[in-house]
Write a protein that binds this ligand. Structure first.
Ligand code: 5GP
Ligand code: ZN
Length: 116
């Protein structure tokens, strides 16, 4: 399992930075985004440090995406949104700011809930 010492998300995985965990297994962890674009905004990441979709290993992707429906359903149960966006930014030009792969779960409440 690779770990990048200056990566914020590797520090979250290692417990050096606290976070509110939503789901965790051997390969992935999901936790609340510190920014909360909408209520319940969550990030799902691999425990292995892989920068973005261009580096993401297929096996890692397969496991990560296999957990996505249960995370979406758990967030829907908890926060009762009307819908949910799954978003993933890859590369600086695409607004990626943390270079450890992450999938955003953004619960949607109505058209004025803060996310376009
Ligand atoms: P990106 O812009 O790379 O797609 O998303 C990075 C996300 O990481 C942002 O939504 C930002 O709020 C979140 N983030 C950055 N630092 C931390 C942190 O220390 N803890 C948590 N929980 N989220 C963070
Ligand atoms: Zn990392």
């Amino acid at each position: 399992m690779s770990h990048s010492p200056d990566c914020i998300f590797c520090k979250i995985i290692g417990g050096e930075i606290p976070s509110a965990t939503v789901y965790e297994d051997e390969h992935v962890v999901a936790f609340m985004d510190i920014g909360q674009v909408t209520k319940g905004h969550t990030l799902l990441i691999p425990k292995d440090h892989q920068e973005n979709i261009f580096e993401l290993e297929e096996e890692t992707a397969a496991h990560l995406f296999s957990t996505a429906p249960k995370i979406a359903r758990a967030l829907r149960k908890e926060f009762q949104p009307k819908g949910m966006n799954l978003v993933n930014n890859n590369g600086k030009a695409a607004s990626q700011s943390v270079f450890h792969y992450h999938l955003h779960f953004i619960p949607r409440y109505d058209e004025n809930d803060g996310f376009q």
